[in-house]
Design a protein around this ligand. Structure first.
Ligand SMILES: *Cc1c(COP(=O)(O)O)cnc(C)c1O
Length: 369
């Protein structure tokens, strides 16, 4: 079979697809890794103990397909019922399920219908357009304000590009990659104006002054996404969740894989919720390091966007941001750079430990000469 024949085995949509590009997970030891917003602190000792204790002959068994213990725990924490919660293999999986569950694939792009639209602000999480593409849905990316603030409702109405009828609207709040936080009151108004489903993707909520978690229980068409990856040091285990109306949650529950959440991840996440004191201290430390890093980089001439997350987004001085990426790498420091025009002048830098942040500042000072 020739390569042309083989390529015809694959759907045209998949053949033409540009996949999501995850941040590099380098094999080189000794690199300071500030490129994927991982938490610099390990899971709590109790979580590590619980995971290790679970590694025995029971690995032959399927995990709880409903993740009942974890959902009950989360329901207690959020003041809702387990029926308000679905767990995913990371919140990424749930974002994909939301596209599949709430959006029609586009029948004819020239006659696009509201039911076929995935909508998001730009810049925001670059996975959203990829999920829309995979599903063959229409996408509507609408620019944030130049300083990455949320446009006011009146502005969105006036401008005419925003679709209040989009089947699914995905909002990263606090925003990534800018780090900007959004007022719950503004998000509430925007949610009220939307006719379709709204997902508030709150991956970084724990690092922010306020969060919009309550909107998931206030509006039947609003889902809030949270993850154990960022604030709870569990990227490796892949656990995220949505909170929302039981009817939307049940719809997503129907289309997920039966055993979508691995057993060790369920255990790790449940024990995490018993040990929040440990995590609150880490979050406080990360916020303190964030303030230091903001001040130090500003002092070196970086223009730092105010952050409500565990990373900062900054325009570096003197050299192009892409050159900084390379220069920092030569100093064994890995940060993230994105090529789209609206963000290509910035570096996204994860808040590491105090020592890692200090190493970054020292490297930046050397690069500036
Ligand atoms: C990291 C991140 C996620 C994904 O989290 P997982 O639970 O690890 O899949 C989702 N949304 C945003 C905006 C993120 O930054």
């Amino acid at each position: 079979m020739s390569s042309t024949q083989r390529s015809h085995l694959i759907r045209p949509l998949v053949r033409g697809l540009l996949p999501y590009v995850p941040g590099e997970q380098p094999k080189i030891p000794g690199l300071i890794k500030l490129n994927t917003n991982e938490n610099p602190y390990p899971p709590s000792p109790a979580v590590l103990r619980a995971v290790k204790a679970a590694v025995d002959g029971r690995l032959r068994l399927y995990p709880d397909p409903r993740a009942s213990r974890l959902r009950e725990h989360l329901a207690d924490q959020h003041g809702c019922q387990p029926e308000n919660i679905i767990i995913g293999n990371g919140s990424d999986e749930l974002l994909a399920l939301a596209v599949r569950g709430f959006v029609e694939p586009a029948a004819s792009p020239r006659h696009a219908r509201a039911t076929e639209f995935v909508q998001f602000f730009t810049p925001s999480y670059s996975l959203y357009p990829v999920l829309a593409d995979i599903h063959g849905a229409m996408e509507n990316g609408v620019p944030l304000k130049p300083d990455f603030r949320l446009p006011a409702l009146a502005e969105l109405e006036r401008n005419g590009k925003w679709r209040f009828d989009a089947a699914l609207t995905l909002i990263t709040t606090p925003n990534a990659p800018s780090g900007r936080g959004y007022a719950t009151a503004a998000l509430d108004k925007l949610c009220q104006a939307q006719n379709g489903v709204v997902v508030l993707d709150e991956a970084y909520a724990d690092f922010a002054d306020e969060n919009a978690g309550a909107l998931a229980l206030k509006h039947p068409h609003v889902l809030v996404a949270r993850t154990f990856s960022k604030a709870y040091s569990l990227c490796f285990q892949r656990v995220g969740y949505f909170i929302g109306h039981p009817e939307l949650i049940a719809a997503l529950d129907k289309i997920r894989d039966s055993y979508n959440v691995n057993g060790l991840g369920q255990i790790a996440a449940a024990v995490t919720l018993d040990d929040l004191v440990y995590y609150r201290a880490n979050i406080q430390q990360i916020k303190a390091t964030r303030a230091t890093l903001d001040r130090e980089l500003t002092g070196l001439g970086f223009q730092v966007c105010p952050s409500q997350t565990n990373f900062i987004f900054a325009q570096p001085p003197k050299f192009a941001a892409q050159d900084w990426l390379q220069k920092l790498r030569e100093h064994k420091i890995l940060v993230r750079w994105f090529s789209p025009a609206d963000v290509c002048d910035y570096l996204r830098i994860t808040i590491g430990t105090e020592a890692e942040a200090a190493a970054l500042v020292a490297a930046a000072r050397e690069i500036l000469g």
